[in-house]
Design a protein around this ligand. Structure first.
Ligand code: FAD
Length: 323
């Protein structure tokens, strides 16, 4: 790791100023993903601007209508343990509680989790100038791709790594961002972006902008769940995950959101699975149909066809758990 200066900001605007003073500087929240980048020389910033000391950015508020305002610095452990979130938005609490290990969850922030960079081997190794690092080639196409995507790839194929992002999309969250031109709020559907236009990014946060808060609408009348499949029980990223929210009236699904994790370069909303659910009686047959529909259009790479079967089963089981 190269030497760098550590600057501690106490307000978002001071953080932005400290960042702008030295080209190539970066923000740090919990530092879990950032330190990996520094150790691997993927980033060599002259200055690291620590956001952790900015007061008031780690709060969690339940609004009178049941909506959530989650400060970007709230740790994964805090979100997972929050009684209100566990009751009203259980998929979010579970996704945060399943991520990584207790040690990591006590340090990692929800903002940093959503903004963490992909886990693809080739991106993480300094020696590969892959398309995510401004190169011309996605080495996963011809190389090791068992953990890569089955939807929405090209020209880069790494899965979006964040657990929290999956239920945030399912609940229709939005992201409050502070930048030089003021504050803007971006819905999750516009925040995460496919690599088609610019494969070096996973979201629309601009350089120098700070994610301040995540707003999650009330989930009154919705049943929701998050499940993931991992290669091992110990801490690890999932192979696939699913956050599903259903509005059920009189035993019939009136509305559905099905979002898959670790299968695409963004949290992947499955319109086909949602269509298979809406208007149908909730039960085993509908769960089965949703599982099959969820993999429509999947394009596995050479070594990750197993993800198709995992998604089919995971969606079926998650819907069944809500029935
Ligand atoms: C062993 C291990 C297992 C893991 N397993 C999982 C898992 O199962 N699921 C999962 O989702 N994650 C997993 N992770 C990843 C971990 O959860 C993330 O690295 C962590 O959540 C990142 O949060 P952070 O606060 O440490 O972010 P940081 O590392 O501080 O920041 C991450 C990135 O976001 C930027 N950033 C952070 N906050 C802001 C902000 N407010 N505004 C603008 N930019 C910002 C930083 O500049 C940096 O680029 C695992 C990590 C480890 C080490």
């Amino acid at each position: 790791m190269n030497r760098f200066e550590l600057a501690r900001a106490t307000t978002p605007s001071q953080a932005r100023e400290l960042l702008a003073e030295k080209a190539g500087s970066v923000f740090k929240a919990g530092g879990i993903d950032l330190i990996d980048h520094l150790k691997e020389h993927l980033l060599e910033p002259p200055r690291v601007v620590d956001l952790k000391r900015i007061p008031g950015l780690d709060g969690i508020t339940v609004e009178p209508d049941g909506g959530l305002r989650i400060g970007t610095l709230a740790t994964l452990a805090k979100v997972a343990a929050h009684e209100g979130i566990r009751k009203s938005h259980p998929a979010l609490a579970r996704a945060c509680g399943e991520a990584a290990s207790p040690q990591v969850r006590n340090v990692a922030t929800i903002g940093g989790n959503v903004l963490q960079r992909p886990r693809c081997w080739y991106y993480r190794l300094e020696s590969y100038k892959c398309v995510k690092k401004g190169g011309d080639v996605c080495f996963a196409i011809q190389g090791e791709n068992r953990y890569n995507v089955i939807f929405g790839g090209g020209p880069a194929f790494p899965p979006h790594a964040s657990n929290a992002a999956v239920p945030l999309v399912a609940y229709g969250a939005s992201f409050v961002i502070d930048g030089p031109k003021g504050t803007r709020t971006v819905p999750a559907s516009e925040f995460f972006v496919l690599p088609e236009k610019d494969p070096t990014r996973e979201n629309t946060l601009q350089p120098g902008e700070i994610l301040l808060e995540i707003r999650v609408p009330a989930a009154t009348g919705w049943k929701s769940a998050y499940y993931e499949v991992r290669e091992r029980v110990a801490f690890d990223w999932p192979l696939v995950s699913a956050a599903i929210a259903l509005k059920v009236e009189g035993g019939v699904v009136k509305d559905a959101r099905v979002v898959l994790g670790q299968v695409a370069t963004i949290p992947w909303r499955s319109a086909a699975a949602e269509k298979a659910l809406v208007g149908k009686p909730i039960g085993a047959a509908t769960a089965e149909a949703a599982g099959r529909a969820a993999v429509e259009g999947a394009e596995p790479m050479t070594d990750n066809g197993y993800k198709v079967d995992l998604v089919t089963t995971l969606v079926r089981r998650t819907v069944a758990s809500l029935a």
